[in-house]
Design a protein around this ligand. Structure first.
Ligand code: AMP
Ligand code: GLY
Length: 427
């Protein structure tokens, strides 16, 4: 088969997906929408407004795409996959009904509990229910977690040991002060403790295959301090997550969740990203996302030894048949960020040097996120998370050494990155 594939999105995750798809002998044309300067080196880039289902359908029709791979959560929640399927296109990713798993934390918790998945005790409250929410907080001890229901770009979660702060968050959410109407429903959970890891499973509605484990680094600075980011580095696999935990989570979380979603008419095809906490009482699901993580995708895809196009197509068509093969490598990804990130992705337009030299290092691939071309065609920063420098190695230690020596080749004014990505896996 010689397939035309459209990748929707323009971040590091989509660059990694495009890179993996381009390696397939089945793929002979790759278009990225909107893509980025890194993706432009492996396929054509086409402008599109990714959250507009009809715009994506029109582009897929113009290209006569055989497979459309949707990377980010917003287009999934907006129903881009539904619109593509209705137009007769094969599309990788869940329907809007199934993407609600990420779009609504209250609904996700309800699914988890119905499916019997191990998860934190919780309750949901709406506008005007402050007093009930405060009473529920009083039943928890020690660590309080207050979350806004809807997508809040990773900003809608407060984890605190202070009940006063937890009450303030409840008030801010329920009155609409924090996130307007989108935040007027909140989920309160008991706080869990333990290392946080992720498990990625490819799903076809009923069946699932383990893709890999990974660990993200959310805080901006070394030693897990500083403000939260979208993810500032990752590695895969996580050596301290045993095969027994993976098997248990497939059996007790992923498969029952697929069955419960199917029962609710929300058949889940795509990648299920399970955010887990390894608590003293065993692994529990903190959250589900309905897409690959960014930067986790950048450290998963380089480890896939079998044909990514085949796997994503089988997931999309509801028939996962071909076993996923992973290379026996570890992969570490270090995110190089622009000055001021986080919170501000404001500094842009600095010329980046050394990307090609970095890419020549053994085992290294540089994925683009926040880059652009200037009017002279040079690659410049476009704010936020700019690049993910990934390296595969025989183990995490070798992969880290390779990633950091490649990262040292790259520079622009204000570039910064954590020096301890993957360090937890060494001890
Ligand atoms: P979420 O958006 O639900 O993934 O939450 C963001 C982050 O908040 C997670 O990655 C955890 O670090 C933390 N978190 C969420 N729920 C809990 C919980 N029940 N106990 C402790 N930490 C939590
Ligand atoms: N890196 C975390 C996420 O993609 O949600």
């Amino acid at each position: 088969m010689s397939a035309r594939v459209l990748v929707v999105g323009g971040g590091g995750r989509e660059h990694a997906l495009a890179w993996g798809l381009a390696r397939s002998p089945h793929v002979d044309e790759l278009v990225c929408a909107p893509g980025n300067p890194g993706m432009a080196t492996i396929g054509e880039c086409a402008p599109v407004s990714v959250n507009d289902p009809s715009a994506v359908v029109d582009l897929a029709a113009k290209l006569d795409a055989d497979l459309v791979v949707v990377g980010p959560e917003e287009p999934l929640v907006a129903g881009v996959v539904d619109a593509l399927q209705a137009a007769g296109r094969l599309a990788f990713g869940p329907s809007a009904a199934a993407a609600r798993l990420e779009g609504s934390k209250a609904w996700m918790k309800d699914v988890l509990v119905s499916a019997g998945v191990p998860t934190a005790r919780y309750a949901t409250f709406g506008a005007g229910q402050e007093e009930n929410a405060f009473a529920f907080l009083d039943t928890l001890s020690g660590l309080y977690v207050v979350k806004t229901d809807g997508l809040a770009g990773g900003k809608g979660v407060v984890v605190t040991e202070s009940i006063a702060e937890a009450r303030d968050a409840v008030r801010a959410y329920l009155t609409g002060a924090a996130f307007g109407d989108a935040g007027r429903t909140c989920v309160i959970e008991e706080g869990l403790t333990g290392p946080e890891v992720s498990l990625f499973a490819l799903c076809d509605g009923r069946r699932a295959q383990v893709l890999a484990t990974a660990q993200d680094h959310k805080r901006a600075f070394d030693g897990d301090v500083g403000p939260n980011t979208g993810g500032i580095g990752a590695y895969s696999p996580v050596p301290f997550v045993g095969a027994d935990v993976v098997d248990e989570m497939m059996a007790r979380a992923v498969l029952p969740t697929l069955a419960e979603l199917d029962r609710r008419g929300a058949n889940f095809r795509g990648v299920l990203y399970c955010g887990l906490m390894l608590t003293p009482d065993g692994a529990k699901v903190l959250e589900y996302n309905v897409r690959f993580g960014d930067p986790e995708c950048q450290v998963l895809v380089p480890r896939v030894a079998s044909d990514l196009f085949v796997h994503l197509s089988e997931s999309a068509s509801g028939d996962l048949a071909t076993p996923i093969e992973l290379s026996a490598t570890s992969c570490v990804g270090v995110v190089l960020a622009a000055e001021g990130y986080p919170p501000a992705p404001d500094r842009k337009g600095d010329v980046i040097t050394g990307i090609d030299r970095a890419g020549e290092h053994e085992g290294v691939i540089v994925f683009h996120s926040g880059t652009a071309h200037d009017d002279q065609g040079r690659v410049v920063t476009n704010g936020g998370r700019v690049l993910t420098v990934t390296a595969v190695g025989a183990d995490v230690a070798q992969a880290r050494t390779r990633a950091y020596s490649a990262a040292a080749e790259i520079s622009w004014p204000g570039v910064h990155y954590r020096r301890d990505i993957g360090a937890q896996a060494l001890s």
